[in-house]
Write a protein that binds this ligand. Sequence first.
Ligand SMILES: [Zn+2]
Length: 317
Amino acid sequence: MAFLMTVQGPIDAARAGFILPHEHLVVDFSGEDVPGTLRFHEDQASSVILPHLDEAKRRGVTTLFECTPAYLGRAPSFLRRLSKQSGMHVVTNTGYYGAAQDKFLPRVVWELSPEQIAFRWIQEWKQGIGDSNVFPGFIKIGVDPGRLSEVDERLVRAAALTCRATGLTIASHTTDRLSMEHQIALLIEEGVSSNRFVWVHAQSVRDTQFLVDVARRGVWLEFDGIQESTVEEHVSLVRDIRDAGLLDRVLLSHDAGWYSVGEPNGGTFRGFTTLIEKVLPALRQIGFHEEALQQLCRTNPARAFAIDAAPPLGVPA
Ligand SMILES: [Zn+2]
């Protein structure tokens, strides 16, 4: 059975329902990561976050991928608590974020080979994240634009090694052509199938032909960042890729949220419903049938992140 690994354990990928493949619930930009002793008050944060999860659930969302990596406030135990309280399936990740000029990378990464980095991520898959008994459901990395820096290249190779060892899909924050081309070359070199790779922020490159070329190679195009002001742009992106016959490569999400640690009351929280309230109706209006919308929001993300390997030992049933 292909499954998704949620913060509460594995679920049948075919039953994940309506999936948002890229959102955030908590982010901490201070660059510290102290598992178990997060620097916010959980009750206060959950009073901000839960109404947004409830609203998304009421609109039909059933599974949410939380894409905040380690050293940016990844909070596995807290995510499990939110998942239990809301009834939303939540998926967290392993991996390191090398975008933003590496400022969220732990210093130790500069001393580690790709194999040593991968070893740390594979340990999280095998034993859980810290002592949380929460397991990652995908690999989240980030790279800076341009030809990959030496450290970003190590992250991509480590992600490839982890993917091969665990079956977890790689989601990579990538905002330009050159770094995408470089990553595809590395995947090929490391023997990872391109359908285990999600191009996060694919909407950043406004070149339909390039997007189509990348999708034809099997990479998932994730058009995230949906908000009121981007509805038209997202609709035309989806239409262009559909017209090229590649709707089976598209993922849609908001990259929204989040409770921002350190800001009064967590700052401004952006909700998770614009896709359902605005983008899907706009797609219907230009002739997308229910089957195509189901593919975009259910079948595609389930396939992109489904894991075929056996779940690790120690995963709660
Ligand atoms: Zn994000």
